[in-house]
Write a protein that binds this ligand. Structure first.
Ligand code: ADP
Ligand code: MG
Ligand code: MG
Length: 874
């Protein structure tokens, strides 16, 4: 009954129903919180009477009476929302104590020191959370008092000391508020209940809810529970424990406890807590006894209970308990938070132990968290000196010397140095520098800027859009927050969180434990969607295979052109002013492209490979400097001035909407012909060599009309015929198109008449649907998200409503014309779990994502097949 009772209340009730030792208590449900806010902060009429009745019953169970000056029931008041929520009111313990009942507690326990220790704790907590008189005031009083006694410790203070301190506390409250500290236990109780409900709307809680998408309508519950005391001397204690190790997942009780302590003392760091198990004590080398040694009976009881709770909840639990004079009491249980590594191990172990099914295990691991496992991370124990923050564009962490140019990066790397490439932004010309660098930092650009996309594809850490950093290329300097760093200085970037740090950081290398393979295997058994990788290089393809990719969904041929040795020939081709010169340059490129494809096909061993024809704006290949122009002119034996003119003609204002995609092949069909020839010739070579038939899928980008597609397809088909004739061999191939313009999605029915497959390029489709250029979106998208106009950056997670609708239309209309049309998606979204869920729902055949995200997509696809909804969906 989590919704009504909150997480804490529901689990306390559940533990009580299981017959576990839980101090008796009751829960005021979340519905009262909603009533409270709907009715000018007042309570339902009958609440008071019900609380009285419940209190009386708790009194009966404990043999005490709330407010009784001789035999008082003391309680804790604890908030508890549906979802665990830091930011809510802190717990008040020992409520019901006053000048009279504290004496009764002393008499009944025979321990005056304990009674006044409890009272001073109560005054501190109540004042802090109900009256708003913060606890540091009390700490100051206590410190001054201890100093006056010669710097003694809390444990050295006697009953008389605490009596004196309690007096000073009450004086301080009176001075601050003008009133005595409340003595009436009933007034105390309603004060605390009101504070819990009031804290639902405090700033911290509101922010937390916003960040975690927790609806305000959920409300919080209030738990009132009889006190048990961990501060009753050496046979009492309080502690916290995880039923398994939350960072490694190992099956071992993991936690800490403190003798003669109460509440949050264990986690507050006032005293150093002790280990629970003897094994852990030995590991830590601590000379203080473990709970196992100091309180063997309570430890045995804890072991019995935690085993039972794990079986009952079928998950690793996070426990809070107290031992009162040797007797163990359970105060909380909930599913424990854990690292990705632990999540994986625990899910697999629980399934192997028979506590959950394999399907459950698949559903237990958050796909996005796998990122943590596939890349090096900064040692969490290391201290971070953060220089600036940007976007967490590509996960993993790396340290290296700052370099400001790609050429410099390549040069230093060749000398065996490790570098971080720092750029305002990157362009396709930086590929070699990005390859050479350990990580990439840009000051502009968003999550799908060039740097971000390419870095993710390479599996390299990247922080993009770190806007507070100023880069001065001329002086080889970057400044941030008043500090400056020059080329050669060492920095570290953490692409998982978007931080830039000074200096080198200690790293933890990723290790793929056996559980990883096991869980992925279970995921593969249930998923329907195929998972391919976007791979441009043999290296990418190998990584894709290693991570279980089932083909290449997108091979971007242009990346093969940016290599230093080839870019000059590419420029010759572009700048040629007639077809004959262009064909001459293309003839030089043909063997290079063919060799690329041969290598790729061989690695992919007959798995499908989709190759996209040249797509980027020609603009991106143009020479920029005079030296570059002269170099090309020499190779082409033409006048550099003529060449400069031609380059100027070709440069564009808005290249993303310019001369690119299939438009290149329409105007210069010989480019498409060369690429098609390279593909088919390579397929024949590999077919002969490996005996595994390659079926290349040739993909035409940025199509808006069927006529465009048909014209290019005719060229490709003719090339295939001619290659087969020349080589005397047969090959199978398919020609399809990307759907990445709204018009193409709408006209999908027409286009599918001739297109043999579709692949949704959702990066461009998002750009063109929103009319937002992703390279320029950095300056305002953040504000859109923080102001709630967009729930999430649509370049990160596919916009189901708008862009998604176009995808749906495209699939429906396409398949209506050509039943069984194979449809995939190859944008960045292919590796985003929520988008993968969407792709499953609308019946795509596959998603294609960067090689390092393949495991994430496999797991997300499996969860979608098991019916898990994407976040934010009903
Ligand atoms: P949080 O939500 O911050 O964990 P809790 O309500 O769990 O706050 O209270 C914090 C701690 O206070 C508990 O872990 C437990 O040690 C102590 N505590 C709460 N209620 C009682 C009680 N009835 N008897 C003894 N200790 C209690
Ligand atoms: Mg707790
Ligand atoms: Mg595109």
């Amino acid at each position: 009954m989590r919704e009504l009772l909150g997480g804490k209340g529901a689990n306390l009730a559940e533990m009580a129903n299981l017959g576990l030792p839980v101090p008796p208590g009751f829960t005021i449900p979340t519905s009262v919180c909603n009533y409270f806010y709907d009715h000018a902060k007042s309570y339902p009429k009958d609440l008071k009477a019900q609380v009285e009745k419940a209190l009386a019953y708790v009194g009966k169970l404990t043999g005490k009476t709330f407010g009784d000056p001789n035999n008082p029931l003391l309680v804790s008041v604890r908030s508890g929302a549906r979802a665990s929520m830091p930011g809510m009111m802190d717990t008040v313990l020992n409520l019901g104590l006053n000048d009279e009942t504290v004496e009764a507690l002393a008499a009944l326990s025979g321990d005056k020191r304990f009674a006044y220790d409890s009272y001073r704790r109560f005054i501190t907590m109540y004042s802090d959370v109900v009256i708003g008189f913060e606890h540091h005031h009390f700490e100051e009083i206590l410190d001054t008092y201890k100093d006056s006694k010669g710097h003694v410790l809390d444990t050295d203070l006697t009953a008389e000391d605490w009596v004196e301190i309690v007096d000073q506390y009450k004086d301080a409250v009176r001075k601050e508020t003008g009133e005595d500290f409340p003595q009436d236990p009933h007034a105390q109780l309603w004060g605390a209940i009101g504070a819990v409900f009031g804290s639902w709307m405090n700033a911290r809680a509101v922010t937390y809810r916003q960040l975690h998408a927790i609806p305000e309508s959920w409300g919080t519950a209030v738990n009132v529970q009889a006190m048990v005391f961990g501060n009753m001397g050496e046979t009492s204690a309080t502690g916290v424990a995880f039923t398994r190790n939350p960072s490694t997942g190992a099956k071992q009780l993991y936690g800490e406890f403190l003798i003669n302590a109460q509440g949050e003392d264990v986690v507050a760091g006032i005293r150093t807590p002790q280990e629970i198990t003897e094994a852990a004590r030995k590991d830590s080398g601590s000379d203080k006894p473990s709970m196992e040694a100091a309180m063997p009976d309570a430890f045995k009881e804890l072991t019995r209970i935690y085993t039972l709770l794990e079986k009952h909840y079928r998950d690793m639990q996070d426990l809070e308990f107290t031992v009162e004079q040797g007797k163990l009491w359970m105060l909380q249980t909930r599913s424990g938070k854990r690292t990705a590594k632990a999540a994986l191990r625990i899910a697999v172990d629980l399934a192997n132990e028979g506590l959950i099914s394999r399907k459950d295990a698949v559903l237990r691991v958050d796909p996005a968290s796998l990122d943590q496992l596939l890349h090096p991370t900064i040692d969490p124990a290391a201290k971070r000196d953060v220089i600036a923050t940007g976007l967490p564009a590509s996960p993993g962490a790396a340290s290296g010397e700052i370099v400001f140019s790609s050429d410099e990066a390549a040069k230093l790397q060749a000398d065996g140095r490790k570098v971080i490439l720092v750029r305002v932004e990157t362009s396709p010309e930086d590929i070699h520098g990005m390859h050479a660098a350990e990580g990439i930092l840009t000051t502009r650009g968003g999550m799908t800027s060039h740097a971000a996309v390419v870095a993710r594809g390479m599996g390299k850490p990247c922080v993009s859009g770190a806007g507070t950093i100023r880069v001065d290329y001329g002086r080889g300097l970057m400044t941030a927050g008043g500090r400056s760093f020059k080329a050669g200085d060492v920095i570290t970037i953490d692409g998982g969180v978007g931080q830039v740090l000074a200096g080198r950081m200690p790293m933890l290398e990723p290790e793929l434990a056996d559980e990883f393979g096991t869980l992925m295997g279970w995921a593969d058994e249930v998923r329907k969607l195929k998972v391919r990788a976007n791979a441009d290089t043999p290296e990418d393809a190998r990584v894709a295979i290693k991570f279980g990719g089932e083909g290449i969904g997108l091979c971007r041929t242009e990346h093969m052109f940016f290599e230093e040795t080839r870019i000059r020939t590419v420029r010759e081709m572009i700048l040629a002013d007639d077809e004959q010169k262009r064909r001459a340059a293309l003839a030089k490129l043909l063997p290079m492209q063919r060799a690329d494809f041969v290598e790729l096909f061989e690695i992919m061993q007959g798995l499908p490979v989709t190759i996209r024809l040249l797509d980027p704006p020609l603009h991106e290949f143009l020479p920029h400097t005079q030296a570059e122009i002269e170099e090309v002119a020499r190779a082409m034996e033409t006048d550099p001035r003529k060449l400069a003119d031609r380059a100027r003609d070709l440069s564009e204002f808005n290249p993303m909407l310019g001369f690119r995609g299939c438009r290149l092949a329409i105007v210069y069909p010989e480019i498409a012909e060369m690429q098609a020839r390279a593909i088919f010739e390579a397929a024949i070579v590999v077919n002969k060599r490996t005996g595994k038939a390659v079926v290349p899928e040739v993909m035409v980008p940025l199509v808006a009309t069927k006529a465009e597609f048909d014209m290019i397809k005719a060229r490709i088909d003719a090339t295939a015929q001619s290659v087969m004739r020349d080589q005397g061999a047969q090959i199978k191939y398919e020609v399809g198109t990307m759907i990445e313009l709204p018009r193409a999605a709408l006209m999908a029915g027409e286009i599918a008449k001739t297109a043999e497959f579709f692949s949704f390029g959702t990066n461009d489709l998002t750009q063109t649907t929103y009319g937002i250029s992703r390279d320029d979106a950095g300056s305002f998208l953040g504000a859109y998200v923080s102001r709630g106009i967009l729930e999430i950056d649509p370049f990160i997670s596919l916009d189901r409503d708008g862009v998604g609708e176009l995808v749906k239309i495209g699939v429906e209309r396409g398949r209506k014309t050509r039943s069984g049309l194979k449809v995939g998606i190859c944008g960045e979204h292919g590796g985003d779990p929520a988008s993968v869920t969407f792709c499953h729902e609308i019946g795509l055949n596959y998603v294609s994502c960067s090689p390092y995200r393949v495991p994430i997509a496999r797991l997300a696809a499996a969860q979608a097949a098991l019916g898990k909804k994407a976040e934010g969906q009903a």
